[in-house]
Structure formats: structure tokens, C-alpha cells
Design a protein around this ligand. Structure first.
Ligand code: ATP
Length: 388
């Protein structure tokens, strides 16, 4: 209803009138200041003799219908956290959201069918295990670690998970969170039936080895300074002034506060699983570790079906052989399979893929030769130094 609108309803032959209105605080009226105190309300009018039935039966009916409509028309949401410093003022929201409409599903996700089935079973079991979690006295949540090279489908899998379970997604950008206290506030403001995602956890903050850092000395520390990932994480941490620590994040995942709310998945993604602190990803925190990897023949067949509507083709055996000989990401395969004009049919697209695979194979061969050469040179130098 719009402000000050009037609507008439009928219930069991009784007429009821609704009017919507609002209270504008005096301060706002005077200074045109958008305070948050504005309160909307609805006024209900009926005949005195109907008062009993309206308060006892009709209002309950309205609330039940409202809930049913909310369930029927529920839209999934994609939330992102606002910067901590913007939580004040009249808006005061920790999360902003848009409607989540990602097309990825487990049908379109290209991966080993056995692995896919296993994940689907895991998700289904989780979503139906309210009583089980209660029985074993654990909070109803589950952690997933998705790891693998860029373009192997980690984000696509998160979207497929959300679509499968009809959960909302909270995409948590750690570098925008001031400190551990604000991290906790964000957690409290998430709802049930949701997936909390921290993408590229290795780059989010310097969470990759704070425990080890104390022990680190001399050469090891120097190596870390040269490491582009550690350097990037350090740079981002310094630039953005976030004071979130590894222990703060561990508490976020399974400290006391994490038990508020229920039916939540926590998903981390990373391209460099080996860089993460083992405490962050141990079972119990990240219960399921899923590797998304380069394209194999099974993965390719799903992509060919999605992008070209073909289940088999005379070029498939060549592609099968080349996929076994070289590494290519599903994102690159998808790009090759996508027709670039109306003239490009399945044969042309598959040939494009074959060309890319052959090029990738040749590039890998040249790189290996180059590296072999470098190694040889280094050994040679060492020998010379020794000789000198
Ligand atoms: N396994 C896959 N199945 C289907 N499509 C895929 C898969 N992997 C990649 N793609 C395609 O490639 C694009 C990029 O994939 P996605 O963003 O999911 O990869 P990612 O692993 O999250 O990459 P990054 O680590 O760079 O974030 C997607 O939009 C999708 O079209």
C-alpha cells in the first residue's frame, strides 16, 4: 500500500477498512533530515459489533496469508558487506543486497560426475539434518573449501549450491571489515538458509601464516617478501587498514557467536590451498574440501552439451586425446565452444577448441624446454663457482 492509501477488505461477510499512514518525526519535518525514526503503520477500521471476530480471527488470517505470500514470492538474495566505516548515519546497514539470479546449476556445472553426485548428496543431507545436528549438539552449519586454478568453476559452484538449496548468498569482502568485532556484527546480521562466502581467502588478508610468521627467520622471511601472493595480501592489509586476524576469523567460523542462526554453509575459495594456515581449513571448520581442476574429457562433454547441444561428434576422440596431454581450464574450453557468429556450427567450435588445445600443448612444451635450459644454466654457474 502507498502512504495514506485506503483499501477495503471483506472477510466472512464483514467489511474492514485499512489505511496506511506514517509518523514523521518533528526533527525531520523541520530540517529535511532523513532520520530513521519514521514509522509506517496501518489503521484498521470495522464496525463495533465485528470487533471480536476481527481481532481474534481476521488478524490471524491476515498474518498467515502474509507469510504464505512471502514464501511463494521469495526471491533469493545476494548480499555484500558495506565498509565498516559506512555503518553509521541514517542507513546503518552492514549488508546491501540485490536479487540473486545466477543461471549456474549442477546440471550446467562441468565436473567429474561422481564428485558432483557426492556433493549433491552432501548438500541434501545437510539441508535435512536439523534434528541430527540438534541430537549431536552441534550448530547446524557446514564448511566447504573450494580450491583450484582460476577459471575452474569455483564461483559457478557456489551459485549452483545456492540455486540447489534456494539459499541466499552473503559475499563477505574481508578487506572492508575493520576488525574482529565488526566481523562478529556481520555474522549476527546474516540469516538462516544462507551461504557465507569468502572468495580468494589467500588474498583477502594476511591470514596465510600468521602463526608461522613468528617462527620465521632469515631466508624464509626474505622468500616470503618476494612471494607475490604474500606481498599482495600484506599490501592490501596495510592499504585497507583491516585488523581482522586469523583467530578472529576462526572465531567467526566456529566460536560461540557462530552458533546464532542456523542452516548455514560457509564457503572459502582459493587458488593456492597450500598457502592457507592449516588451522583455517582443518576438518570440522572446513568439513568438505573440493578440488576443481583442469578440464578432463567428462568435464568437456558437459560443456559441449551446454554450449553446443551435442552429445557426441567425430571430433570428440581427438579432443579426448588432447585433453589428456595438456592442461586447459573449463573457462577456456567454454570460451572456445561458444559460437562467435551465427555461421559457427558445432564442427567449427570444436575445431577452434582443438586449435587452442594444440597451441596450449605447444606452449607447455616450449616452457618446459626453457625451464630445462634455465636449470642447466644454473647448474653450470654453480659448477663454475665451485671451480673458481
Ligand atoms: N566447471 C565449470 N563448469 C561450467 N562452467 C565453467 C566451469 N568452470 C568455469 N566455467 C565457466 O568459466 C567462467 C569462469 O568460471 P568461475 O568464475 O566459476 O571460475 P573460478 O574458479 O571461480 O575462477 P576464479 O578463481 O578466477 O574466481 C564461468 O562463468 C563459467 O562460464
Amino acid at each position: 500500500m502507498d502512504d495514506y492509501e485506503e483499501v477495503t477488505d471483506e472477510f466472512q461477510n464483514i467489511k474492514i477498512w485499512w489505511t496506511s499512514s506514517k509518523n514523521i518525526p518533528l526533527q525531520r519535518a523541520l530540517f529535511l533530515y532523513r532520520g530513521e525514526e519514521e514509522k509506517r503503520y496501518y489503521k484498521l477500521t470495522c464496525k463495533r459489533e465485528h470487533r471480536e471476530i476481527v481481532t481474534k480471527v481476521y488478524l490471524k488470517h491476515v498474518l498467515d496469508e502474509g507469510k504464505a505470500i512471502a514464501v511463494r514470492t521469495r526471491q533469493q538474495k545476494l548480499y555484500t558487506n558495506n565498509k565498516s566505516k559506512n555503518w553509521y548515519g541514517y542507513k546503518r546497514t552492514t549488508w546491501s543486497h540485490i536479487v540473486f539470479e545466477h543461471p549456474s546449476t549442477f546440471d550446467t556445472l562441468a565436473m567429474d560426475p561422481k564428485k558432483k553426485k557426492d556433493i549433491l548428496n552432501d548438500l541434501t543431507t545437510f539441508s535435512k539434518s536439523k534434528d541430527y545436528y540438534k541430537k549431536v549438539r552441534k550448530s547446524w552449519k557446514r564448511g566447504y573449501l573450494l580450491y583450484g586454478p582460476p577459471g575452474t568453476g569455483k564461483s559457478s559452484m557456489i551459485a549452483a549450491m545456492a540455486n540447489f538449496l534456494e539459499y541466499d548468498i552473503y559475499d563477505l569482502e574481508l578487506t572492508s571489515v575493520k576488525d574482529n568485532t565488526d566481523l562478529r556484527k556481520l555474522l549476527i546480521d546474516t540469516s538462516s538458509k544462507s551461504i557465507i562466502v569468502i572468495e580468494d581467502i589467500d588474498c583477502s588478508l594476511d591470514l596465510t601464516g600468521q602463526r608461522k610468521e613468528k617462527k620465521e627467520e632469515g631466508k624464509e622471511k626474505e622468500d616470503k617478501e618476494k612471494d607475490p601472493i604474500a606481498k599482495k595480501a600484506k599490501g592490501e592489509k596495510e592499504n585497507k587498514g583491516s585488523k581482522v586476524t586469523l583467530s578472529g576469523l576462526l572465531n567467526f567460523i566456529d566460536g560461540l557467536w557462530s552458533a546464532c542462526g542456523s542452516e548455514r554453509l560457509i564457503v572459502f575459495t582459493t587458488n593456492y590451498v597450500e598457502k592457507l594456515d592449516p588451522a583455517l581449513i582443518r576438518r570440522g571448520r572446513m568439513d568438505k574440501h573440493i578440488e576443481l581442476s583442469y578440464c578432463c574429457y567428462e568435464t568437456f562433454k558437459v560443456l559441449a552439451r551446454n554450449y553446443l547441444d551435442v552429445e557426441s561428434h567425430e571430433l570428440f576422440p581427438t579432443i579426448d586425446r588432447l585433453l589428456a596431454e595438456t592442461k586447459i581450464t573449463p573457462a577456456d574450453v567454454a570460451e572456445n565452444l561458444m559460437p562467435k557468429s551465427s555461421e559457427e556450427d558445432a564442427g567449427i567450435c570444436l575445431n577452434n577448441l582443438i586449435e587452442s588445445l594444440e597451441k596450449a600443448k605447444e606452449d607447455a612444451r616450449l616452457k618446459a624446454v626453457e625451464e630445462e635450459g634455465k636449470k642447466g644454466e644454473e647448474n653450470g654457474e654453480k659448477v663454475q663457482v665451485k671451480d673458481a
